[in-house]
Design a protein around this ligand. Structure first.
Ligand code: KG4
Ligand code: ZN
Length: 336
């Protein structure tokens, strides 16, 4: 059984082909990072126009690289949300048209469920496990008991972790997306905690990162490094950027570690943890969480970087298991 997975929820146009027995056959992607870096963040209107331009060539590339044709495909799986409406609509309408025109099954996939199963693309992950999702739009901890059986233990009350990296990187004049740049700058000063940013509330599995951005800003103002009125960074030295980046990364990693330890103590029945989403590309956070899991005697799984950030393979994987259970959609399938 072959599934073609389409992911267009934000600024990546991604199509992958997944075989129920053999796994990933191809994973094509066009990233709009080069377009949005001029704006320091994703411009929704620009994102949806680019999705429209790229969706056909990206699907052709995925089919070609897998060595199959549309005739070989059984199921079209497409992300229906959450995401940017314009971007989601391009993928959904395209997926529906292909499925209708070539008589395929159509399956709608939740973007977060896709991320949650991205760790299954390369590993045999046991149930039940805890899934920590950290991306540009979401930060959450779920108890995953089976396919389709999830319980939200905690989620962000405001900004996502990736958003905090992106916004603070912008404040420092670092390129979009901010996560990779922050990691690079932090590495150059050995991941030290220079400024001890606040770690937020203890005793809860919910996250809050909007206060962190404000704390970084006011700390820079107190140091005479930022002019609030003119909104300009006065101290443009590489050293300051490295110190802020390093303190920020250590702070966010410490928040994740604390939440994970709390969740594990509340769920002793769990023997594995997965860490997924774009932020899971971060090697420093991976190692902090891996060490915490080793400490608890719990297995730790993290996908390769290309399956951490948005991709079609994770959507095709979920589409495959849903189609196998007969959970196919009608033509009234919509975005949310
Ligand atoms: O999963 P993703 O591709 O898109 C969403 O669903 O949001 O995640 C993108 C986010 C961005 O905020 C980006 O800054 C962050 O993942 N990211 C990282 C790293 N690479 C990407 N954050 C921290 N460290 C990284 N190395
Ligand atoms: Zn995502």
């Amino acid at each position: 059984m072959l599934t073609l997975g389409i992911e267009t929820s934000c600024d990546e146009t991604a199509v992958a082909i997944y075989h129920a027995r053999d796994g990933i056959l191809s994973n094509a992607i066009f990233s709009q990072n080069q377009i949005h870096k001029h704006f320091g963040g994703v411009m929704p209107e620009v994102a949806s126009r680019s999705q429209l331009e790229k969706i056909t060539p990206v699907m052709r590339a995925a089919l070609e690289s897998a060595g199959v044709t549309l005739a070989d495909i059984d199921t079209i799986a497409v992300t229906t949300g959450p995401g940017l409406p314009g971007s989601l609509l391009v993928g959904l309408c395209f997926g529906k048209a292909v499925a209708w025109g070539s008589r395929k099954k159509l399956v709608g996939v939740d973007h977060l469920e896709g991320h949650a199963f991205s760790s299954f693309l390369e590993h045999n992950v046991p149930f039940s496990h805890l899934c920590l999702t950290a991306s540009g739009g979401h930060t959450s901890i779920h108890l995953v008991q089976d396919f389709g059986d999830y319980q939200t233990l905690g989620r962000t009350l405001d900004d996502a972790a990736g958003e905090a990296f992106d916004k603070i990187a912008k404040l420092l004049g670092l390129p979009y997306p901010g996560g990779p740049a922050i990691e690079q700058y932090a590495k150059s000063v050995g991941f030290e905690d220079f400024f001890s940013y606040p770690r937020g509330k203890t005793g809860t599995l919910d996250f809050s990162f909007s206060g962190l951005k404000t704390a970084v800003l006011y700390d820079l103002v107190d140091r005479g490094a930022y002019d609030m009125k003119r909104r300009v960074l006065l101290d443009q030295s590489e050293l300051l950027k490295q110190q802020v980046a390093s303190s920020l990364l250590v702070c966010i990693a410490a928040v994740f570690e604390r939440k994970l330890r709390l969740a594990l103590s509340q769920h002793p029945e769990v023997h594995a943890v997965t860490f997924v989403g774009g932020v899971a590309c971060n090697k420093y956070i991976r190692e902090v969480l891996r060490a915490a899991c080793n400490d608890r005697g719990v297995e730790f799984f993290v996908p390769s970087p290309q399956y951490c950030t948005d991709n079609g393979a994770m959507i095709a994987f979920v589409g495959t298991y849903r189609a196998q259970r007969g959970q196919v959609a009608g033509w009234n399938l919509d975005i949310f």
